[in-house]
Write a protein of this length. Structure first.
Ligand SMILES: Cc1cc2nc3c(=O)[nH]c(=O)nc-3n(C[C@H](O)[C@H](O)[C@H](O)COP(=O)(O)OP(=O)(O)OC[C@H]3O[C@@H](n4cnc5c(N)ncnc54)[C@H](O)[C@@H]3O)c2cc1C
Length: 511
């Protein structure tokens, strides 16, 4: 087994140039990082390159649910749900520092003053199926709630329309943080892992330099950017509002009026008194033909989400209440041209192209480990190696609380690092320093968007903290005053672009 490597970008880049690898993984989203962990922990000499930041593609823009997906069960995808629920349990065990059980409520609403017994019964049966397909593994079965109890879970729901509710259990994880933990786990098992390093036509480009990488097999895990397997990008957005506007203590599934979809309303940022800082609402699911590098939450998306939310709460949420948004593209494997993207399968695909590269795509955040296992099985076939996957029981980096301990140590040395990084958000300044020092953050956006989730939960507060954050990490990243200025301007531009997109339709934005 290769020795563990320090998570240090210059050392990683040097190793990428000079060493030989069994496998080079292209793409540092959850899929590629999962492949790197699987390959390295089997003892393969592994490298991974990510052209932007880890998780900067779809893997920081999901609904952050580690779940089987009740909806997929209703679409008859029993095997997919079974596998996903199995993976959910593995993640709860292997990454207890990142993945948490999350109860969900499905309200049963009246129509014209009546409860549809048929709908309530169908829902009850679907939840039994979910439990039996593997939901039970979480240790709790679904249950029915009377109206009053249901209302306590989300007191802003219109009382006259609420009849009762069902509660069931799934899990939640910060997707971008999961990716960082995977990147570090891969390095712990000897993999070379580098961000801001693109791979194209057999060569890597990093820091303005192009060089060959010596690898026997290439795995393409570039999500919607892959050019080997036809994918059909489907855009999904989320909108964040202050928790007080919804006051839900569990995740709630709300119907979208005049559409057969529903949205998740998820509390985020638990305070010690059991209240939360924010609630996010999503996701939409629409065909997307705009630039792959720039999915944005548009006026149309915001109207859609607010229309659904306001049909389920009485607090009158407007666009002025929105504190953050995010938009991502699902890498769905193409089936037929006329199917709705919401109906396309979330199954994954491993295929070998004419070039010999192995592409792994589709799937879900929840099933990344299984996808990775299948992809590395194929790598081993090509290499003629017999090595079994070890990831079913492999603990991810940080499971033992090491990150928290190291952050506390930073605060002990410099108590001012214990102060808040962004007003109103639960991050300390020490976390920004730690990100620059130990998590390969190399831009201000890396720190505010992915190492912490400040941008997506409170854009304006993150913007106000941009300069102090840049100054705080400047020493570790050897930034000059001029570079600090450029980082702050670039971050301001990201915020501004989101604001402009929120005023336009998709066509106007990309005209
Ligand atoms: C709105 C939305 C909600 C979702 N919610 C959930 C959920 O709640 N639960 C769940 O399980 N799943 C969810 N998913 C699905 C899940 O997020 C995706 O399946 C998963 O993140 C895809 O990861 P990936 O690594 O394949 O792709 P990506 O994360 O996009 O990674 C691909 C990476 O490849 C890099 N890259 C591209 N070209 C190159 C190159 N030439 N060289 C180097 N690097 C390159 C990109 O920069 C990118 O970082 C959701 C998806 C969306 C869009």
């Amino acid at each position: 087994m290769p020795a563990s490597r320090p998570f240090d970008r210059p050392a990683m880049l040097s190793a990428l140039r000079h060493e030989e690898f069994d496998v080079l993984v292209v793409g540092g989203g959850v899929t590629g990082l999962g492949v790197a962990v699987d390959a390295a922990s089997r003892g393969l000499r592994t490298a991974l390159v990510e052209r932007d930041d880890f998780a900067s593609g779809t893997s920081s823009k999901s609904s952050k649910l580690v779940h089987g997906g009740l909806r997929y069960l209703q679409q008859g995808e029993v095997r997919l749900v079974y596998e996903a629920l199995h993976e959910r349990q593995r993640l709860l065990r292997n990454a207890p520092h990142l993945v948490e059980v999350l109860p969900f409520m499905i309200p049963i609403l009246t129509k014209d003053g009546l409860v549809s017994r048929k709908i309530a019964r169908a829902l009850g049966s679907a939840l039994w199926m979910y439990d039996l397909t593997g939901g039970w593994r979480i240790g709790r079965f679904h249950r029915r709630l009377r109206k009053n109890k249901a209302r306590r879970m989300m007191p802003t729901m219109p009382s006259d329309r609420l009849a009762s509710a069902y509660v069931y259990y799934d899990a939640q994880a910060d997707d971008a943080r999961l990716c960082i933990s995977l990147a570090r786990t891969a390095a712990d098992h000897g993999a070379v892992v580098v961000n801001r390093c693109a791979f194209r036509d057999g060569a890597a480009t990093a820091d303005g330099d192009t060089f060959a990488v010596k690898a026997r097999v290439v795995v393409n895990a570039t999500g919607v950017w892959n050019e080997e397997v036809p994918t059909r990008p489907a855009k999904g957005v989320h909108v964040t509002v202050p928790w007080e506007k919804v006051r839900n203590t569990i995740a709630v599934v709300i119907p979208v009026p005049k559409d057969r979809r529903s949205l998740f309303v998820v509390p985020w940022g638990k305070r010690p008194d059991g209240t939360f800082i924010h609630t996010y609402v999503g996701t939409t699911d629409t065909d997307y033909s705009g630039p792959l590098d720039d999915p944005q939450c548009t006026r149309t998306d915001i109207d859609y989400v607010l229309r659904a939310l306001n049909a389920s709460v009485t607090t009158g949420v407007t666009e002025r209440d929105i504190t953050g948004v995010w938009a991502g593209l699902r890498p769905l494997v193409k089936e037929t041209a006329d199917s709705r993207t919401a109906d396309l399968s979330r199954r994954h695909l491993v295929s070998t192209g004419d070039s010999g590269a192995i592409t792994v795509t589709g799937g879900k955040l929840t099933t990344y480990r299984h996808m990775a296992e299948d992809a590395v099985d194929r790598v081993c076939e090509v290499l003629g190696k017999k090595a079994r996957s070890r990831t079913k029981r492999l603990r991810l980096n940080g499971h033992d609380g090491s990150r928290e301990r190291e952050i506390s140590e930073l605060i002990r040395e410099r108590p001012e690092l214990g102060e808040s990084l962004v007003d109103g958000l639960p991050y300390t300044r020490a976390e920004a320093v730690y990100a620059a020092r130990h998590e390969m953050a190399n831009t201000l956006d890396d720190v505010l968007s992915r190492r912490t989730r400040s941008l997506i939960f409170d854009r304006d507060a993150s913007r106000r903290a941009a300069r102090t954050t840049a100054e705080l990490i400047a020493a570790d990243l050897a930034w000059t005053p001029d570079r600090i200025e450029r980082e702050v301007t670039a971050y301001e531009e990201i915020c501004r672009h989101e604001e402009v997109a929120a005023e336009l339709s998709e066509d106007q934005l990309h005209a």
